[in-house]
Ligand binder design. Structure first.
Ligand code: NI
Ligand code: MN
Length: 228
């Protein structure tokens, strides 16, 4: 089986396999790099790493329109249910099944807050997604941490890693993350959206491919890559 991974800008992705779509962190409205409109998406599930606005994005509107569940950690999922979204609230270590696949919540080192009051619904997560016969890790916003080696034991076809620095790990730590995760393919994200996170993804690609056996695929917003 194959899964197509489409970069929608910043940390937003759409996965497509066997006619089904899953979206991750669909921050589109207000995203300077957005490569889709919320109404273009018709997912069977919406997966969230954490509560920050550049990740929750249009989740509630997409869920209300399509009925797709937002799958998130417990407090965030419960909070978004109060906003009218369909949700499935889980937590670290747990695996949630959706139509055509599953997502397991794993740790991420970051913060997680929402809205002008900086409500803090829960803690951030990484996502190990099984879909279209592939295993894909979305690190979410995180720094480097040693337990990425355990996540690597999941057998990753693809790792999607932030490289922006400032709010997450930067390129040098992301190369170290690749060494721990041992994915076949790496796709960088969470860079060049805003001034503090300007990076050269081609320099990151060169570093990854010089230091590890992984292949790095740099996607422009709107581009896609198919994992065969
Ligand atoms: Ni964040
Ligand atoms: Mn972020």
């Amino acid at each position: 089986m194959a899964v197509t991974v489409r970069y929608l800008g910043h940390a937003a992705f759409a996965l497509e396999a066997e006619g089904k779509q899953v979206v991750v962190d669909p921050f589109l409205t207000g995203n300077p790099l957005a490569a889709a409109k919320p109404e273009d998406l018709a997912p069977v599930a919406i997966l969230l790493t954490h509560a920050h606005a550049d990740h929750v994005g249009d989740s509630v509107a997409i869920s209300k329109r399509t009925g797709a569940p937002v799958i998130a950690t417990f407090e965030l999922g419960t909070y978004l249910a109060q906003q009218g979204a369909e949700t499935i609230a889980a937590n670290h270590g747990g695996t949630v099944r959706f139509d055509g696949g599953s997502v397991k919540f794993v740790p991420a080192w970051h913060t997680s807050s929402y809205g002008e009051q900086f409500l803090a619904p829960g803690v951030p997560a990484g996502l190990v997604v099984r879909f279209g016969g592939k295993t894909i890790y979305f690190a979410g916003d995180t720094c480097l941490f040693g337990d990425m080696a355990l996540i690597g034991e999941e057998g990753l076809d693809l790792a999607v890693l932030p490289i922006g620095d400032h709010f997450t790990m930067g390129p040098a730590d992301a190369v170290k993350a690749v060494k721990l995760l041992k994915p076949s393919i790496v796709i960088p994200c969470h860079y060049n959206t805003f001034p503090p996170i300007q990076q050269d993804p081609q320099a990151f690609k060169r570093e990854v491919e010089a230091a590890t056996s992984a292949r790095c695929v740099v996607l422009q917003p709107g581009e896609q890559y198919t994992l065969e």
